[in-house]
Write a protein that binds this ligand. Structure first.
Ligand SMILES: *[C@@H]1O[C@H](CO)[C@@H](O)[C@H](O)[C@H]1NC(C)=O
Ligand SMILES: *[C@@H]1O[C@H](CO)[C@@H](O)[C@H](O)[C@H]1NC(C)=O
Ligand SMILES: *[C@@H]1O[C@H](CO)[C@@H](O)[C@H](O)[C@H]1NC(C)=O
Ligand SMILES: *[C@@H]1O[C@H](CO)[C@@H](O)[C@H](O)[C@H]1NC(C)=O
Ligand SMILES: *[C@@H]1O[C@H](CO)[C@@H](O)[C@H](O)[C@H]1NC(C)=O
Ligand SMILES: *[C@@H]1O[C@H](CO)[C@@H](O)[C@H](O)[C@H]1NC(C)=O
Ligand SMILES: *[C@@H]1O[C@H](CO)[C@@H](O)[C@H](O)[C@H]1NC(C)=O
Ligand SMILES: *[C@@H]1O[C@H](CO)[C@@H](O)[C@H](O)[C@H]1NC(C)=O
Ligand SMILES: *[C@@H]1O[C@H](CO)[C@@H](O)[C@H](O)[C@H]1NC(C)=O
Ligand SMILES: *[C@@H]1O[C@H](CO)[C@@H](O)[C@H](O)[C@H]1NC(C)=O
Length: 425
């Protein structure tokens, strides 16, 4: 009965079965006892299997921990920063928000405060300490115990999908009301799909989620450079960005990414490092910082309604000419943060699935087995950062939720392909 209703002809069934038979499964690293949909492996990682893509996730921060794709030579690369086991995420104090879901409010909150309906709320600060403010003057990624410092629960784990849940209590980190959130990750045909839902269950509260994944499309194994400056980036809808001060707090102004300027990734694809020596790039990611930690707006509804999943509608395309791996990001979100890892300093170890290894007789690897400054790039689908403190932007309906409202929702698809081009694409 079921088979009959699914397949109208024997030919269709055969075609489907042969496409399954030709599906390409990438194995988890040797030593892992992972099997499809059967809970965590010995390292505490939950593995998912798609066609041509295999990935692991952990309850800590609902984080992605490995993402395995074949490069243009058929060599499997692990494209995301992380640790070798789930236990270590809670132990390493550097905590770069590795692959997790920042929440309940991603990015920075000015002065660690906001006003809703005339009431001022103060949340816990955790960035930019100064005399008189030993814990900081702003709140980054939901506070000192934001969601990506906590273990989510695993609601379900199947061969190609996993659902995480978190219940964030009323008053935690200073935020009003309970929030209940479900994070669903699914692997498809060379795709990683993300769906995030969050419900305000008891009080009106801000909610803004994102995914904070550290990418290196060479699997941190490029033998010519260990930096991402040769990756090319295209943000076709991002002619504008949120202007920020020296500690990356939005000023309220929206800035223009003039053609040819250092923040112009929209008029044509460009290498991330194309403008590295331009004086305009110094201070572009905060005080004395060279590079990007920038919230680009995604402006695409001026031409009418659009389908965020449309084939040619990627909001970002990143490509490495060395591996040939291309990542296209599709999302319903209207901002896109790019962080070029200026804060990395070589103290973060690579995983065993990444990097270059020493040669025979104990010779050193070509590059240290750590993440260098500018050795990664974080791409964050999200809404306009600190929109709760900029009412003139009109982002309230996207960022402030009351009990009974439709939930906060974030959808995204990361699509991988091989593009052998050697120039920016
Ligand atoms: C893998 O091994 C660990 C013990 O080392 C066990 O707890 C876990 O259930 C195993 N996972 C699977 C999927 O077999
Ligand atoms: C977990 O990973 C960390 C970092 O790679 C390592 O130092 C530690 O020994 C590992 N722990 C276990 C139990 O494998
Ligand atoms: C989170 O889970 C890890 C194992 O995955 C465990 O080592 C750690 O103690 C847990 N942390 C908390 C706060 O429960
Ligand atoms: C590197 O960065 C980490 C994390 O911010 C910090 O703990 C460490 O002290 C830094 N090391 C050096 C040598 O600057
Ligand atoms: C910052 O927050 C404090 C504490 O709520 C408040 O007293 C102060 O007025 C705020 N400053 C600004 C500039 O909003
Ligand atoms: C560098 O990596 C490329 C691509 O994997 C490989 O073809 C080449 O042999 C490597 N070169 C060296 C010197 O290892
Ligand atoms: C990186 O790109 C620059 C051009 O911007 C080129 O000169 C350089 O050779 C490339 N380096 C590597 C290692 O591919
Ligand atoms: C940035 O790099 C692009 C591509 O190489 C170049 O066309 C542009 O002039 C550069 N802009 C600045 C401000 O250096
Ligand atoms: C700016 O950063 C550079 C390294 O990137 C450092 O050498 C220099 O001391 C810094 N300058 C100031 C004024 O902080
Ligand atoms: C490693 O050492 C052995 C024994 O001394 C030698 O035969 C071999 O050539 C060495 N390999 C390299 C790459 O130096």
């Amino acid at each position: 009965m079921l088979v009959k209703s699914l397949f109208t002809s024997a030919a269709a069934a055969t075609a489907l079965l042969s496409s399954v038979a030709s599906a390409q499964t990438i194995s988890p690293p040797s030593g892992s006892n992972a099997t499809a949909g059967s809970g965590p492996d010995a390292d505490g990682k939950y593995w998912l299997f798609g066609n041509g893509i295999t990935a692991s996730f952990i309850p800590y921060g609902a984080s992605i921990s490995n993402l395995l794709i074949q490069d243009q030579y058929g060599i499997v690369r692990d494209l995301v920063g992380g640790f070798d086991n789930a236990t270590y995420y809670g132990i390493d104090r550097q905590h770069p928000h590795f692959g997790g879901v920042p929440g309940r409010y991603a990015n920075r909150i000015k002065n660690s405060s906001f006003v809703i309906d005339g009431t001022t709320y103060n949340v816990l600060p955790n960035e930019n300490p100064e005399p008189g403010h030993p814990d900081g003057v702003d709140t980054l990624h939901g506070g000192p115990d934001g969601w990506d410092w906590r273990n989510f629960t695993v609601v379900s784990h199947e061969a190609n999908s996993i659902v995480f849940k978190i219940v964030d209590p009323d008053g935690d980190q200073g935020f009003p009301g309970e929030v209940v959130s479900y994070i669903t990750y699914t692997l498809g045909d060379h795709t990683w799909n993300l769906n995030m839902l969050a419900f305000a269950t008891t009080k009106i509260t801000p909610i803004m989620l994102s995914s904070h994944t550290y990418w290196n499309l060479d699997g941190f194994a490029n033998n010519e450079t260990n930096l991402v400056l040769n990756h090319s980036l295209h943000l076709p809808y991002s002619g504008q960005r949120v202007a920020t001060d020296t500690i990356l707090i939005p000023t309220g102004d929206i800035a223009a990414n003039q053609p040819g300027s250092v923040n112009d990734f929209w008029s044509a694809p460009k290498q991330i490092g194309a403008n590295w020596t331009d004086p305009d790039l110094l201070g572009n990611c905060g005080y004395n910082c060279t590079g990007y930690d920038t919230c680009y707006l995604v402006n695409r509804d001026q031409n009418g309604p659009y389908d965020w999943q449309a084939e040619d509608g990627y909001v970002a395309r990143m490509h490495s000419p060395w591996s040939g791996i291309q990542l296209d990001v599709y999302t319903d979100q209207e901002a896109f943060q790019v962080y070029s890892c200026g804060g990395q300093n070589g103290s973060m170890a690579l995983k065993k699935t990444q990097g270059l290894f020493g040669g025979e007789n104990g010779s050193a690897p070509l590059f240290p087995r750590t993440i260098p400054q500018y050795g990664c790039v974080v791409l964050e689908v999200e809404d306009w950062i600190d929109g709760i403190n900029q009412p003139e932007w009109g982002r309230q309906s996207k960022q402030i939720f009351a009990p009974g409202d439709a939930p906060f929702e974030l959808q995204a698809t990361y699509k991988f392909s091989i593009n052998p081009a050697t120039t920016p694409v």
